[in-house]
Design a protein around this ligand. Structure first.
Ligand code: VAH
Length: 320
């Protein structure tokens, strides 16, 4: 990769992906795009930016023919809980945007990345040590989008030779950009509320295990996968990623090592609980480790320390 175009650049992953890619490849070689302008103080404004609605293929192709990237990272999508509230809109954006991005990658010969998710699995998928190739009958619109997206990316590789690559992300935890509309968002909100109020009310019930990963490990994984030799990739668009698996009581215990009086309570959201219950508890990441060296650095306690420090710094800066 030398010149990269990123869609959904103002999202939870996109924000940190743009900044990391600019660090590695040079600011001028990374074009950030999103459906709205960045905030006035956003670091994204320090490099190339274009407004782009990914359902507008003509504008997408115009931008590509002007910027001349050699890779596209398509991050624009609605997350699981938002998608469940408006499934038709989710299909139009998540699938319409993906088809446009793949068509553009085909026409302009771009290397291509887009994320899938553990949401691509469903209630009949093996819950533990979930393999890369297994039963995928998701019951959420987001999951239908993700499994369809995986298959579409494989098709564009097999049929048209596009170098498509994809990973199944777990819940991603970061303090730089708070997520919106996700089922795993409780595991981000809990850190912000622990610093702000010393307590949190979780919309996901105790005992609900889900795969999670600190954002630094996710961003490193995307770049490592995109730089991997293509002939090493046997599972191209079906790479499971996870840094850890935990349930709400375990993340609370990790926080209490730093904030002993932290209190966790529950007010379960049946929609997001239903989505979480349909996902695996702990997936197998051996294909990612064997084929391109996936190696997450953060476990739960190391992530908790990084999150609490990051949130405290952010809150202090916001007070100035
Ligand atoms: C969501 N954070 O909750 C996303 C992710 C595995 C979860 O796909 O929808």
């Amino acid at each position: 990769m030398k010149r990269i175009m990123i869609t959904g650049a103002l999202g939870q992953i996109g924000t940190e992906l743009v900044l990391k890619c600019r660090e590695i490849y040079g600011t001028e070689n990374v074009l950030a795009t999103d459906i709205r302008e960045p905030e006035a103080d956003s670091p994204i404004k320090e490099g190339p930016f274009e407004i782009l609605d990914v359902t507008d293929i003509e504008r997408m192709k115009e931008i590509v023919s002007e910027f001349k990237p050699d890779a596209m990272m398509h991050m624009a999508a609605l997350l699981s809980a938002t998608a469940e509230k408006n499934p038709q809109l989710a299909w139009n954006i998540n699938m319409g945007g993906l088809v446009n991005a793949l068509e553009t990658a085909r026409e302009y010969d771009l290397q291509f990345f887009t994320p899938s998710s553990i949401g691509a699995f469903g209630p009949t998928t093996p819950k533990k040590d979930t393999p890369a190739l297994t039963i995928q009958r998701p019951t959420s619109m987001y999951g239908v989008n993700k499994v369809s997206g995986e298959l579409l990316c494989e098709y564009y590789h097999t049929k048209f030779g596009v170098d498509t690559r994809s990973v199944r992300f777990p819940g991603l935890i970061s303090y730089v950009k708070e997520p919106g509309g996700g089922t795993t968002d409780y595991a981000v909100e809990i850190y912000f509320e622990a610093v702000r109020k010393g307590e949190y009310t979780s919309f996901i019930d105790k005992g609900t295990y889900m795969d999670m990963m600190f954002m630094d490990d996710a961003i490193d994984a995307i770049i490592k996968l995109m730089e991997a030799p293509e002939d090493e990739l046997k599972h191209r668009c079906a790479f499971n990623l996870s840094g850890m698996s935990f349930e709400p009581e375990e993340i609370a215990a990790s926080i209490q090592k730093h904030i002993p009086d932290f209190k966790l309570s529950y007010d379960v959201d049946p929609v997001r609980q239903g989505i979480a219950d349909s996902w695996p508890d702990a997936i197998d990441t051996s294909c990612s480790r064997d084929e391109w060296g996936f190696a997450p650095k953060y476990d739960l306690d190391k992530m908790t320390e990084a999150m609490l420090n990051g949130v405290r710094e952010k809150e202090a800066a916001a007070q100035k």
